[in-house]
Design a protein around this ligand. Structure first.
Ligand SMILES: *[C@@H]1O[C@H](CO)[C@@H](O)[C@H](O)[C@H]1NC(C)=O
Ligand SMILES: *[C@@H]1O[C@H](CO)[C@@H](O)[C@H](O)[C@H]1NC(C)=O
Ligand SMILES: CC(=O)N[C@H]1CO[C@H](CO)[C@@H](O)[C@@H]1O
Length: 184
């Protein structure tokens, strides 16, 4: 057996091991634990549904549904992530995104990761304007879309939605992330 072949074989096993480890580190719990929706201007945005439903031991789906009563040409989303440690503490993400610009071109990577989590479950996958029924249906969290592993913990993502720079509604989404089930 030549040295080069041996080296290739070793690299192959190393890569294989890497893939195995990667996948076992994805053996995670990543699910919703709470959801709160509130509209501050019901003449522009009304919620009809804002609910989590446990469909199996490790899958909780989110159904959210509301109506935009007048067309929206200008929208902003503020995202703030909290991690629980004696109450929720701000953690890692605190940003505002120009939603109409983002939907034309996903320009902000952290928002792109969040968007990739729910893109397939919603009808908001289009550019501005927005009007009429808006919904998320059967949305559940897929750890493989997160791209980066989180530390194990309880989190809350607070999303505040502005039309014309005026706060219209917010959605607070709590979730649990467990990096490696064997550790608990
Ligand atoms: C509330 O919504 C109306 C549209 O129905 C809009 O004209 C008004 O500016 C909004 N007010 C605030 C404080 O966002
Ligand atoms: C949204 O909620 C309304 C009122 O509950 C319901 O009639 C409608 O079917 C829902 N739409 C979706 C897509 O879930
Ligand atoms: C703006 C946006 O995210 N558009 C996407 C909507 O969904 C289709 C199909 O999945 C994608 O191709 C678009 O990029």
């Amino acid at each position: 057996m030549s040295g080069a072949y041996n080296m290739r074989l070793n690299l192959f096993y190393l890569a294989f091991l890497g893939v195995l480890l990667y996948h076992s580190s994805l053996a995670v719990v990543f699910k919703f634990t709470n959801l709160v929706c509130e509209s501050y201007n019901k003449s522009w945005f009304q919620f009809h549904e804002c609910r989590l439903k446990a469909v199996s031991r490790d899958r909780v789906v989110m159904n959210m549904n509301g109506t935009i009563l007048h067309p929206v040409y200008n929208a902003q989303t503020q995202g703030k992530l909290f991690k629980r440690a004696n109450g929720y503490k701000p953690w890692l993400l605190n940003a505002e995104v120009d939603s109409c610009r983002f939907m034309r071109k996903t320009y902000y990577p952290p928002a792109k990761i969040i968007y990739s989590l729910f893109q397939e479950f919603t009808n908001i996958n289009h550019t501005c304007p927005y009007v009429g029924p808006q919904y998320l249906r059967g949305f559940y969290l897929k750890p493989e879309l997160l791209l980066l592993p989180f530390p194990t913990g309880d989190y809350m993502l607070s999303l505040r939605w502005f039309f014309d720079h005026k706060l219209q509604f917010d959605t607070n989404i709590s979730f649990v992330f467990v990096e490696d089930i064997s550790k608990i």
